[in-house]
Design a protein around this ligand. Structure first.
Ligand SMILES: Cc1cc2nc3c(=O)[nH]c(=O)nc-3n(C[C@H](O)[C@H](O)[C@H](O)COP(=O)(O)O)c2cc1C
Length: 358
């Protein structure tokens, strides 16, 4: 699979997973194994190797945007991933909803990232922040042909077209590009939204199209390659690896989860989000959930905690707690296939299974 000037050996992108699920070990190892490893830029202030960086914390949470999306910590994560994968292509996932989106894109470019992937919003000005880095390839995540058309029209002013496009359907983990109702409707399922995006892309330089959301094994991968996709993005299955940067408690939450425990919930980002129902949801119903106080000022749509108070939890704090292994108050995102993880394997073993079939 070719993305911009980068050749990726296997047509598999490991999806970015915020607040410590896909950092140096996971992304570095996936790139080493010939897939595209994706570091998440979200919540780098929580990175466990930050001890020597002066990151301002309050109640074990990074304070405000500059600490939550910490530049030095992101650089450290990228450097550490490079120690694993060398010169292999390496990507960074940066949500459009992040406060300081542009600054974070620039930080990632400065730290030597090859590819930037952005979803959770329509990144109409993404190329603005990569002007000084012409080799950095740009990949927007879309959920419709209409969104792709809008992005390409807006990018004309930068004389830039997407280097690849990820189409994400409603079985994916974390935030969805759909309303709650749409997530269950046939017309929005991945196999139905991919063909119109492939058609639309033909008007915009025919970039590689990558399918994401609910892809589990080689059969699924082949299905989308046969449909005309250049590759797939998979996230949930990579949580079941030793190299995944998440705490072992998160991996166990998934191993123990049953299909009916995985649900869509409201999020302060303003989009439905898929995760495992754990003690957090129970405590919200009982009125014993952690009090919402905005410390990290993480995403623009939350308006400094206004939305968090409305939905009953702070997304930065709860994902941070999950990274720290706190099963009582953590928020555990997963795709709809998360219950299929039954044991932890290496990234090498997983890549072999995905490429060769079981
Ligand atoms: C734990 C978790 C965290 C995620 N965090 C992000 C994120 O920060 N940014 C993003 O664009 N997508 C995020 N996603 C979505 C994935 O990158 C991916 O596109 C999607 O989950 C693919 O579906 P799958 O998990 O069924 O393979 C997350 C998914 C999971 C499971």
């Amino acid at each position: 699979m070719k993305i911009g000037k980068y050749e990726i050996k296997h047509p598999i992108i490991q999806g970015g997973m915020g607040v410590g699920i896909s950092w140096d070990k996971l992304a570095g190892t996936v790139s080493l194994e010939g897939g595209l490893g994706v570091i998440s830029a979200v919540g780098t202030g929580y990175y466990k190797e930050n001890k020597d960086l002066s990151i301002k914390m309050r109640r074990e949470k990074p304070v405000d945007v500059m600490n939550f999306y910490n530049k030095d910590a992101l650089k450290k994560i990228i450097d550490n991933a490079r120690k694993i994968c060398g010169d292999a292509p390496l990507a960074c996932n940066i949500l459009y909803a992040c406060n300081d989106y542009g600054r974070i894109v620039e930080d990632a470019c400065e730290a030597g990232i090859d590819i930037i992937i952005t979803g959770a919003g329509i990144p109409t000005n993404m190329p603005e922040f990569t002007k000084n880095y012409p080799d950095v390839a740009l990949i927007p995540i879309v959920s419709s042909a209409r969104a792709l058309k809008l992005i390409c029209k807006k990018w004309k002013r930068y004389n830039k077209l997407p280097d690849a496009v990820i189409v994400e359907g409603p079985l994916s983990g974390g935030h969805q590009g759909f309303s709650y109702e749409q997530c269950f409707q046939e017309e929005f399922q991945l196999e139905n939204i991919v063909p119109p995006v492939i058609e639309e892309a033909k008007n915009w330089g025919n970039p590689p199209i990558i399918a994401a959301g609910g892809i589990w094994d080689k059969n699924d991968i082949d299905k989308y390659l046969n449909m005309g996709c250049a590759g797939v993005q998979m996230a949930t299955r990579f949580i079941g690896t030793f190299e995944c940067d998440a705490d072992v408690n998160m991996k166990n939450v998934l191993i123990q989860a049953k299909s009916e425990d995985i649900k869509l919930m409201k999020s302060p980002v303003g989009l439905p989000a898929r995760g495992v129902q754990t003690n957090l949801q129970k405590s919200m119903l009982e009125g014993t959930a952690p009090k919402v106080v905005c410390i990290s000022n993480c995403v623009a749509p939350c308006h400094r905690g206004v939305e968090a108070k409305a939905v009953g939890y702070c997304i930065a704090d709860r994902l941070g707690a999950a990274y720290q292994g706190d099963v009582e108050t953590g928020l555990f995102f997963t795709g709809s296939n998360g219950y299929k993880i039954d044991k932890i394997i290496t990234v090498h073993e997983l890549m072999e299974k995905l490429i060769k079939g079981e």
